[in-house]
Design a protein. Structure first.
Length: 393
């Protein structure tokens, strides 16, 4: 008899929104607490934890007194395009304001702005100094009125791409002007929430020689799920699915994955479901989980961007250093401080090698365990081993 198959409620690849968004209410609360204090925020998290999903959810569920809008700015390659994007986001927020109605209506008439939507608006003017308009408009807003909150994803990517393409001056100007908007008293009615796939502190330090230009940002750590949370997550996404997980099997799956990021559980749950459906047998066991794990490991598409990301944003000599660290950990299970120092000596990185290690920790590659560093995920460990099968270090 043919089984009626219902997959787990998961999404792979794209950010989880709508019915696929698994709420992290503690993180949401932390973000709102800072927003209500008129602070600007840096959402700091390893890759694949779900930063984009929570930013979109917050933007789509605003609280009274705030107008929020989310935008992934990846792909912006000039200073003018960046300020134009900020200006468009601000105009969209202003179009929904309940306060400052006369000011906003007069401004829209002056600029001949119409047909406003989330994708932009119609404007008759051909030449606009967008930064100048922002600097002129925001200070005019009523101090007792609503606040504009721009949730900007992938800002570090934009800055880093500019730097790589010889546009350091543009990147530096954006860093300085964003700080101006965050710091000056006249700009209290606009706030920012920043996030990205690479560390903003690293990129700003690379461009500017120091990271002090973003030290005013209130950092919120977006951590992976804990063991209780991940158990509830599995229950939630498999509630109506054909494949059921007993407490024993659920614990085995959790132990197998180790690093409690929904993305890793999603690819495993998907692989288990697909294999069971193919054999038309909804009853699974530990061997089903093991087989799915092996199948996922062999699929480079799931993990190759973790290595590509390092290759893209690190200079070649820096990438060679961190990649050798990761190859060592993959083959030897861990790396000690002394071994790190020895590799730093080999690569001429003695003065700053721990900065690289800290970045690998922050971005979700490795973790410290008993004064040694190990891969935070067995998936990544096996990927690096398969990608570099021979190691004589």
């Amino acid at each position: 008899m043919k089984q009626d198959w219902k997959p787990p409620k998961i999404i792979i690849g794209k950010e989880a929104t709508g019915q696929y968004y698994y709420r992290r209410e503690e993180i949401e609360s932390d973000i709102w607490e800072e927003i209500k204090k008129s602070n600007n925020i840096l959402l700091a998290a390893p890759r694949r934890v779900g930063k984009t999903s929570v930013m979109k959810y917050i933007a789509e569920n605003p609280k009274s007194g705030f107008r929020l809008i989310f935008r992934n700015v990846q792909g912006i390659d000039t200073e003018e395009r960046f300020y134009k994007t900020l200006y468009e986001l601000i105009i969209h927020c202003l179009s929904r304001f309940k306060s400052n109605q006369t000011l906003i209506e007069n401004y829209f008439k002056k600029m001949r702005i119409s047909e406003i939507s989330t994708s932009g608006f119609k404007i008759d003017e051909k030449a606009i100094d967008y930064l100048s308009e922002i600097n002129s408009l925001i200070p005019q807003l009523d101090p007792e009125g609503e606040n504009i909150v721009l949730l900007i994803d992938e800002l570090p990517e934009v800055l880093h791409e500019m730097y790589k393409k010889g546009k350091k001056g543009m990147a530096l100007n954006i860093i300085k002007n964003l700080r101006h908007l965050r710091q000056e008293t006249d700009f209290k009615k606009i706030q920012f929430v920043f996030a990205g796939s690479i560390g903003l502190h690293y990129v700003v330090k690379l461009i500017n020689g120091r990271s002090s230009d973003i030290n005013d940002l209130n950092k919120i750590q977006y951590l992976p799920l804990n063991e209780d949370e991940v158990s509830l997550y599995i229950d939630s996404v498999t509630k109506d699915a054909t494949i059921k997980y007993s407490p024993e099997l659920k614990q085995y799956l959790i132990t197998k994955i180790q690093y409690y990021v929904p993305y890793f559980f999603n690819i495993m749950l998907d692989a288990i479901h697909n294999s069971a459906k193919k054999s038309n047998n909804p009853i699974i066991g530990k061997q089903s989980i093991d087989a799915a794990f092996d199948l996922v490991i062999k699929n480079n598409d799931y993990f190759k961007d973790w290595k590509q990301r390092l290759s893209d944003y690190l200079p070649k000599e820096d990438f060679n250093f961190v990649n050798e660290i990761l190859i060592h950990v993959a083959h030897k299970d861990n790396i000690s401080i002394q071994e790190l120092y020895d590799k730093a000596t080999k690569h001429n990185k003695v003065n700053d090698y721990m900065d690289f290690v800290n970045d690998l920790e922050h971005d979700g590659y490795i973790a410290e365990q008993n004064q040694k560093y190990v891969f935070i995920s067995p998936f990544l460990k096996e990927f690096w081993k398969r990608n570099n099968p021979v190691y004589n270090g």
